[in-house]
Design a protein around this ligand. Structure first.
Ligand code: ADP
Ligand code: MG
Length: 524
């Protein structure tokens, strides 16, 4: 709580502002406990009577001499406006995007390439102490590397922030740092392979959203293994919860996974002719967002990159062609026309061009696929019945099949990347890098947004636990005088979701009692 005696004339405070979020004001006359207004003078000279009671005194502004500090913990007053103002001053006046907050690095997304990531900068940070250099993602990476090498302790770098904040870019830089500082002269291939896993997983797991042109639609934990000499010997990747609904549905101005557009942009190449693709506008699954192009991105060029990276990972031509065949099949499946025959029945024509290409690409029998897209089989203890389904159910079945195929393909690619990054010999230590999908809210939010945001709440809790709770417990254990910081504990939010009779329990229950048929569609 703010101390009343600090609210004296000429001291400055921050007051809420509907546009600027916070605006600065100078105290015009001394405040006495019990006063119901604080007399303020805004920066444009306007006088203001700001209503207060002792518990709502506005946050005090730091003396100018402290502002611009490279560690937020050096500020006299540490609250939201102080943090925002300090970050703003560093960024706007000095183009500095990194600031420490104790052991945490805060990064601002500059949305333009800065000349601070070259190999010379990496070497400048190598071997240095975190506090001796300007804050940087490389300093955090160096700290992890040093701790690992010095104490033989495994480390993890956790990147967190809302969607579009710069997590994936930061995680990539951290990985590049490890690859560069641990590069041995005799085994350079491993580091390149570890880095090559990024463009591949991004091609199949990232997409354009309204918040980020390259938004991660899955979570990724990359464990980089080091040997006795602390050189990279391999890596292993674990992925979490791919947003499958995107395969069959995109909101306005959003896109499906990058790889589909890369493939469509390469449809004219002779080796892809047999996939019978065309431009992304021609396919339902790639055209729903209404804009298939990302400004400044050439999908055709990216396709070349994707192929090159597959090859670098040792994933041969035939594997790549299998992947592209399955992807093309998904696009054709999305264009299969389903017509309503009656209120209860639907059908797919055996002459449907896309049905036939889909079946040809996956070596399936088109009459069976046409039949099973529009019918369902019910097996009871006494009999087996085949029943027709309505058009909307058949469309759902088609989309469910597309999602299922894509999810398997994604897992399969991750599995093959992991195989390519496998190593012989014993891992001595590891550094983990966690990059998940960031918190997001759109005009329309699906179950998957709920899961993404739930994952972010859990990560935030882990952060709270680590930074605040454990630190405070340590102080209390040592009997060090300490006022408990009143940090925002998100346990109530987590409870609401995962506790007994929480949202997840209720959803489970609801799914159990609804018809098994509908349930099978919400689950795939
Ligand atoms: P997130 O993973 O948090 O959703 P990204 O890491 O994908 O966000 O960043 C979104 C975009 O912002 C990137 O595609 C890039 O254009 C830009 N960006 C992020 N971090 C940086 C950075 N350090 N320097 C330059 N541009 C950046
Ligand atoms: Mg990301």
């Amino acid at each position: 709580m703010a101390l009343a005696e600090l609210y004296t004339q000429y001291n400055r405070v921050w007051i809420p502002d509907p546009e600027e979020v916070w605006q600065s004001a100078e105290i015009a006359t001394n405040y006495k406990t019990g006063d119901s207004v604080l007399h303020l003078r805004l920066e444009d000279g306007v006088e203001l009577r700001f209503p207060v009671d002792p518990s709502t005194l506005p946050p005090l502004r730091n003396p100018d001499i402290l502002v611009g500090e490279n560690d937020l913990t050096a500020l006299s007053y540490l609250h939201e406006p102080a943090v925002l103002h300090n970050l703003k001053v560093r960024f706007v006046e000095s183009k500095l995007i990194y600031t420490y907050s104790g052991i945490i690095l805060v990064a601002i997304n500059p949305y333009k390439q800065l000349p601070i990531y070259g190999d010379t900068i990496i070497h400048a940070y190598s071997g240095q102490n975190m506090g001796d250099m300007d804050p940087h993602i490389f300093a955090v990476a160096e700290e992890a590397y040093k701790q690992m090498a010095r104490n033989n302790k495994n480390q993890s770098v956790i990147v967190s922030g809302e969607s579009g904040a710069g997590k994936t870019v930061s995680a990539r830089y951290a990985m590049r740092y490890f690859a560069t500082v641990s590069r041995s002269s005799n085994n350079t291939q491993v580091e390149d392979k570890v880095l090559a896993s990024n463009p591949i997983t991004e091609a199949v797991g990232n997409a354009k959203t309204t918040r980020n042109d390259n938004s991660s639609r899955f979570g990724k934990y990359m464990e980089i293994s080091f040997d006795q000499r602390y050189q990279i010997m391999g890596a292993n990747m674990r992925t979490y919860l791919l947003e499958k609904s995107r395969v069959v549905f995109q909101s306005e101005n959003e896109r499906n996974y990058h790889i589909f557009y890369q493939l469509c942009a390469s449809a004219h190449r002779p080796e892809f002719k047999y996939l019978k693709l065309g431009s992304a506008e021609e396919f339902h699954y790639t055209n729903m967002g209404g804009n298939t192009v990302i400004e400044g991105v050439n999908d055709g060029d990216y396709m070349m990159e994707t192929q090159k990276t597959f090859t670098l990972l040792g994933l041969k031509e035939d594997f790549q062609m299998d992947v592209f065949r399955i992807l093309a099949a998904i696009l054709h499946l999305g264009n299969v026309q389903i017509t309503a025959v009656s209120d209860e029945r639907s059908s797919v024509s055996l002459d449907d061009k896309h049905l036939n290409i889909f079946c040809e690409l996956l070596d399936l029998e088109s009459d069976k696929i046409a039949q099973w897209l529009c019918h369902r089989k019910i097996i009871t203890t006494s009999e087996t019945v085949v029943k027709p389904i309505m058009k909307f159910q058949a469309l759902n079945a088609r989309d469910a099949l597309a999602k299922k195929i894509y999810a398997h393909l994604f897992d399969f690619i991750v599995e093959r990347i992991n195989k390519a990054l496998q190593f012989s010999g014993k891992q001595h230590t590891f550094i983990g890098v966690l990059d998940i999908y960031g918190f997001e809210t759109f005009d329309v939010n699906s179950f998957e947004q709920f899961c993404i945001n739930y994952a972010n709440e859990k990560l935030q809790q882990q952060f709270n636990l680590h930074v605040f709770k454990l630190e405070q417990e340590e102080y209390m254990k040592e009997n060090i005088p300490w006022t408990l910081i009143d940090f925002y504990d998100n346990q109530p939010v987590i409870d609401l979701i995962e506790a007994k009779m929480g949202i997840l329990d209720l959803l489970d229950e609801e799914c159990m009692v609804s018809s098994a048929f509908l349930f099978s569609f919400c689950c795939v």
